[in-house]
Write a protein that binds this ligand. Structure first.
Ligand code: ZN
Length: 280
């Protein structure tokens, strides 16, 4: 069974409401549309959230005139959702990307760019100074809820650009409040009580790097399986931390990260907002 916060039948209802679904283009040969296959779903399997790392004017120019694009651009002041690419079309937002068995996610996703400045580079790493205003996040939540409902997107396939391209991308960054999406019932979240139970054992002994790599891969990340804490592995751990433990995202394996990974990759460890286990 697929855990999804929205009923499947809304897809069919949405299509019936659009006359375009029933009217073939004039240049098509005559069609007999009396029959419809039971086995079908939307091409949109993922929602990918980005930060523009630019101000609004530059974000709009780059996304409308440049070689990249996104379906939606969400500004902060005032909170405004711009649609730049129809959801039926492919936008060029993900680049080289993967999650689990899926690759090249542009073909199977809707991309949302959220206006937020680029992180500042310092000697000790990147620093994100600008929080996302609540009204902007409220708009993102409403947008994700609608896209997910209409396309039947699985709750665990609402992802960050840094999830699907951790070697190249760090957006939307550690200040993006994923927990609010969980509290809104949109994404699953690790069972906090289970994380607290697991943590002391990992404080006694941290698992080997290979364990982290295997668990990160089982969650969905493309991660090397070298057993070495190399730069590529550090970037993947940092991407995981930015989402689930944004108080520290240095990429270093630690006890809390291990406990979170353990719970997230154990069946029943991810919960929906109502406390029910997420079932992939
Ligand atoms: Zn991005």
């Amino acid at each position: 069974m697929t855990t999804s916060p929205w009923p499947r039948r809304t897809l069919a209802i949405a299509c019936l409401a659009l006359s375009a679904c029933a009217t073939p283009p004039a240049d098509m040969p005559p069609l007999d549309t009396r029959f419809s296959a039971a086995s079908q779903d939307s091409r949109v399997q993922f929602i990918v959230i980005h930060a523009t790392e630019e101000g609004f004017e530059d974000s709009l120019r780059i996304l409308t005139e440049g070689p990249v694009s996104s379906h939606y651009l969400v500004d902060a002041t005032p909170p405004t959702v711009y649609r730049l690419v129809d959801e039926d079309q492919r936008a060029w937002h993900a680049g080289v990307s993967s999650w689990g068995q899926f690759g090249s996610l542009n073909a199977a996703s809707v991309g949302i760019e959220v206006v937020n400045p680029a992180p500042i580079k310092t000697a000790t790493g990147l620093i994100w100074n600008t929080p996302y205003p609540q009204a902007q996040i409220d708009a993102v939540i409403a947008l994700v809820r609608s896209i997910g409902r209409r396309h039947g997107v699985r709750a665990d396939r609402i992802v960050a650009h840094s999830d699907i391209a951790p070697q190249r991308k760090v957006d939307p960054g550690p200040r993006f409040p994923w927990k609010q999406l969980a509290d809104a019932g949109l994404i699953p979240w690790p069972d906090g009580a289970a994380v607290a139970r697991q943590r002391p054992a990992y404080e006694q002994q941290l698992p080997a790097v290979k364990w982290f790599q295997q668990r990160l891969a089982s969650h969905g990340f493309a991660v090397p399986q070298t057993g070495e804490l190399d730069a590529a592995t550090l970037r993947v751990i940092a991407a995981f931390q930015m989402k689930y433990r944004n108080s520290r995202y240095d990429g270093q394996p630690d006890a809390e990260t291990a406990a979170l990974l353990d719970v997230i990759t154990t069946p029943g460890g991810l919960l929906m907002q109502d406390g029910t286990p997420f079932k992939p």
